[in-house]
Design a protein around this ligand. Structure first.
Ligand code: BES
Ligand code: MN
Length: 456
């Protein structure tokens, strides 16, 4: 079997470039926001679009609606395969076609669902997360064409941003369609648009709602304020009691880890400040390397807070407050265990005897790469060849909870987490974008990798 050179592949990707960018722009236009209903027509159309794109590449792609564990209809998934030689290795290519919501299009500089190219980046919701993953798989398959030497299976999911509730039953029912030697999950990203990375770990995630009650009903703040603190203030105290003075989370039973495989390079504070657009003078919380704080130590976020809006507020003591916590957990901690520890802390530390009720919500497990997997080395070689620079691996603070489930169902499979994002991608926020030079090198990387996997 011939091995293609990176120049051959670069030329082929160059020749296909307009198609790849158009695919991505059309994907942005699908506006496949899963939070608006995973069973909606918009999600079905998005899955149909993806199906057609992969069919055109010789993959026998089709849309299948999954089912939730309770039997209700689930997401529109795209699955398919192209078997070139039963004796050749099989690679499963994963991405997701659903995207994050756009709560306020006014926060964007351009229409979120119309792809716009500016300064080497393509802007639009889902341009990176995870339209970019679909574009990488598509570009790599097209570049290899009839030279494809591995069997391909694809799974383009329709509900990743919703925590993949129907994923497990779906996988378990379609084991044959997913069984693979190598699984490439293109839903993460690189160190930067110019420096490639494999993702060495992902954090887990657990969410819960906390309700805090002080009074049977709201009362006059002048008449009762003083001995009685309002529910919002007590909620703030409860939240702050989970941190020490350095801003480190100090809830017993929630564990922390160090970067998986050792820290190759710490993040640069200035870059991080720029990428997150921190205000002047903001001090960072916690201790240890920035990398450990972002990737492998736990972090807690108040993602929702029900309180009286400022507009129309008047002088009463709030009787109750509710907030939602999202805890990113260390890669190896069971999220259920962290959730129990968090719930216990919250109920045991109710300030001033307020009534605290905790409602546990979703759990997703983190993941750590096996640095000794053979495919890891092959992937790193393909990356440094395509990007013409050394690989700098990184962890990720985000979560892709189905990866450990896949690993559990297919224990022999080697999982590679790659992806289209870079720190400027603004995934989940306004003005999401993908670097086009980064995308091109990602496509070249994946084509090279598939070619090398066929020959080893
Ligand atoms: N692509 C992200 C995960 C990610 C984020 C990887 C940043 C690398 C860098 C994925 O689509 C995502 O957002 N996942 C959710 C999962 C949640 C619903 C359990 C997340 O992390 O919030
Ligand atoms: Mn994603």
């Amino acid at each position: 079997m011939t091995t293609l050179t990176s120049d051959d592949i670069r030329d082929r990707v160059q020749g296909d470039w307009q198609r790849i960018v158009t695919l991505l722009a059309d994907k942005v236009a699908c506006a496949s926001v899963s939070a608006q209903g995973i069973t909606g027509e918009h999600m079905k159309r998005s899955a149909g679009f993806v199906e057609q794109e992969f069919k055109a590449l010789g993959i026998d792609a089709h849309v299948v609606q999954s089912h939730n564990p309770d039997g209700t209809p689930g997401a529109y998934e795209v699955v398919g395969s192209r078997i070139v030689d039963p004796a050749a290795p099989t690679v499963l290519l994963y991405a997701h076609h659903d995207v994050q919501p756009v709560p306020d299009a006014g926060d964007w500089d351009t229409d979120p669902f119309v792809a716009v190219e500016k300064d080497g980046r393509l802007y639009g919701r889902g341009s990176a997360d995870d339209g970019g993953g679909i574009a990488i798989h598509s570009g790599a398959l097209k570049a290899l064409g009839d030279d494809l030497g591995v069997n391909i299976k694809i799974f383009i999911e329709g509900e990743e941003e919703m925590g993949s509730p129907s994923f497990i039953p779906f996988i378990e029912q379609h084991q044959d369609e997913f069984a693979a030697d190598v699984i490439i999950v293109a839903d993460s990203g690189n160190w930067s648009a110019d420096v490639p990375s494999l993702t060495t770990s992902l954090r887990g995630n657990t969410t819960l709602d906390v309700s805090l009650r002080v009074l049977g009903h709201p009362v006059h703040s002048g008449q009762f304020g003083g001995p009685i603190l309002d529910a919002n203030t007590l909620a703030a105290m409860l939240i702050s009691s989970m941190y020490d003075e350095s801003g480190e989370l100090v809830v017993p039973g929630i564990t922390a880890e160090e970067p998986v495989g050792g820290l190759q390079r710490d993040l640069d504070e200035e870059t991080l400040r720029n990428d997150a657009a921190t205000v002047q003078g903001l001090r960072f919380a916690g201790t240890g390397s920035l990398a450990s704080r972002l990737w492998t130590k736990p972090s807690l976020t108040v993602i929702g807070f029900d309180a009286h809006p400022v507009e129309g507020s008047f002088n009463v003591l709030a009787d109750a407050a509710t907030f939602r916590l999202s805890l990113r957990t260390a890669p190896s901690q069971r999220p259920e265990e962290a959730q129990r520890a968090l719930a216990a802390f919250l109920t045991e530390h109710a300030p001033f005897g307020a009534q605290v009720t905790v409602t546990p919500l979703d759990n997703g497990m983190g993941w750590a790469m096996d640095p000794n997997a053979k495919a890891v080395k092959t992937a790193e070689e393909a990356m440094s060849e395509a990007f013409s620079t050394d690989v700098v691996n990184k962890g990720e603070g985000g979560s892709i909870p189905f990866i450990p489930e896949l690993q559990r169902i297919f224990p022999e499979a080697q999982v590679l987490v790659t992806g289209p994002e870079d720190p400027k991608s603004n995934a989940h926020s306004p003005n999401e974008s993908i670097s086009l030079s980064g995308l091109r090198n990602n496509v070249i990387t994946e084509a090279l990798l598939l070619d090398r996997l066929a020959n080893e």
